[in-house]
Design a protein around this ligand. Structure first.
Ligand code: PLP
Length: 412
């Protein structure tokens, strides 16, 4: 176990909370560096899911009986934890989704239906995840609107001047990633939003890679919409959040119809529930939401200051140690970066490297990371990506470096 840590941060204790980390894969202790894809879950989250299914299972918002009320309370408690975590003004501005992807699709559908018409423009960037590209393409196909893509520099930083020049009276929405999952770039989101707001253009923030790593204050940021995934922030899969300013969420039409999202249903007309239920049709992922609450409480117990500080340390150490490998090429060298390191080693195909590393018990991600247009722009087939969480250690980074030396011997 690592002795290298920061004052006030008990890495050994943190690691003990994550059962998945303590196993051998292919006969070697697991090194899990695929956190940008999904994070591991602390025992507390696993226990909370178990408790719900074993003792509390019931549907929410529908029953007067005790179990249903308890489930509803626990389900709504998570909503208040999310509200506090991102400092939303109102609890009803927090909408449950099944992930970042669903949140973006919801806005593309709902905002699109009300506000987008032929000739309008929606701005995204070159470094977007497919989930922040395809829903807008579908909307453009439906309406005749146009997708505008902000270019990036070699370093993986956004060309801010180009963004500025792209904004016009035709722009109806900016939808942009805050932290790139492929490059680690932290985009200047406060400035991106400020500039759009000068023209009264709303902004959707893809915060999938932000919320697991650093504190976000939606009021300070002045985001109109912000989306993220529960499974990347130590919660269960199939959970996510759409934050929207009250004025927008009240204004937009619902996107899915069904139970729970209605006030009165007749065959000739229907009226809709108030927020947040207007956007939550059908039986939701109750267990997932309750488990997500446990995940947020876990993050709170560690604190974003400690999380960000340790991950920053890992990023600096990883960049330095990997930088000693001959032929390494870092993909994404922005000044402001999160704990994601994408790289290539000479001509070695990322897939081959990933396969050998897996044999050594090291889980990294290889490929296009759901950012094919970015890879196409960079003219590379993909990258190897090591993404760190606060439970990772410097010793694990040393093992990755050793592993890459093995890969080089085999393929170099
Ligand atoms: N946006 C970014 C930046 C991501 O990293 C991801 C997932 O990797 C997503 C969107 C999509 O998230 P999900 O698959 O949880 O909906």
């Amino acid at each position: 176990m690592s002795t290298q840590t920061l004052p006030g941060f008990d890495l050994a204790k943190v690691r003990a909370d994550f059962p998945t980390l303590h196993q051998e894969v292919n006969g070697k202790p697991l090194v899990y560096f695929d956190n940008a894809a999904t994070s591991q879950k602390p025992q507390l989250v696993i226990d909370r899911l178990d408790q719900y299914y074993a003792r509390e299972n019931s549907n929410v918002h529908r029953g007067v009986h005790t179990l249903s009320q308890q489930a509803t309370d626990a389900y709504e408690h998570t909503r208040s934890l999310v509200q506090q975590m991102i400092n939303a003004q109102h609890q009803h501005e927090i909408i449950y989704t099944k992930g970042t992807t669903e949140g973006i699709n919801l806005i593309a559908f709902s905002f699109g239906q009300k506000y987008i018409k032929e000739g309008d423009e929606i701005i995204i960037s070159t470094m977007e995840h497919h989930s922040n590209i395809v829903p807008w393409q579908l909307l453009c196909e439906r309406t005749g609107a146009k997708l505008k893509v902000v270019p990036i520099f070699e370093s993986g930083e956004l060309d801010f001047e180009a963004y500025k020049n792209m904004l016009s009276e035709k722009t109806k929405l900016v939808s942009m990633v805050y932290i790139s999952n492929s490059l680690g770039t932290i985009n200047p989101m406060p400035e991106i939003i400020k500039l759009a707001h000068e023209r009264d253009i709303p902004v959707l923030v893809d915060a999938a890679q932000v919320v697991p790593h650093m504190a976000v204050d939606v009021q300070e940021l002045d985001a109109d919409f912000m989306v993220f995934s529960g499974h990347k922030m130590f919660g269960p899969t199939g959970t996510g959040i759409l934050y929207g300013k009250e004025k927008w969420l009240n204004d937009l039409p619902p996107w899915m119809g069904g139970g729970d999202m209605i006030k009165v249903v007749r065959f000739d007309h229907t009226t809709y529930s108030d927020l947040p239920h207007k956007f939550e049709a059908g039986t939701p992922n109750i267990a997932g939401a309750i488990g997500l609450g446990a995940g947020i409480e876990y993050i709170n117990s560690i604190g974003y200051d400690a999380i960000s500080a340790w991950e920053h340390e890992l990023l600096a150490y990883g960049t330095e140690q990997l930088g000693t490998i001959p032929d390494i090429r870092f993909v994404g060298t922005a000044k402001e970066k999160a704990s994601v390191i994408s790289f290539l080693i000479g001509d070695i195909h990322p897939y081959d490297a990933g396969t050998i590393l897996d044999q050594l018990g090291i889980a990294i991600r290889t490929g296009h990371h759901c950012t094919q247009p970015l890879m196409h722009h960079l003219q590379i087939p993909g990258t190897m990506r090591a993404s760190f969480a606060f439970y990772n250690t410097k010793e694990e980074i040393d093992r990755l470096v050793e592993g890459i030396h093995r890969v080089k011997k085999m393929f170099g």
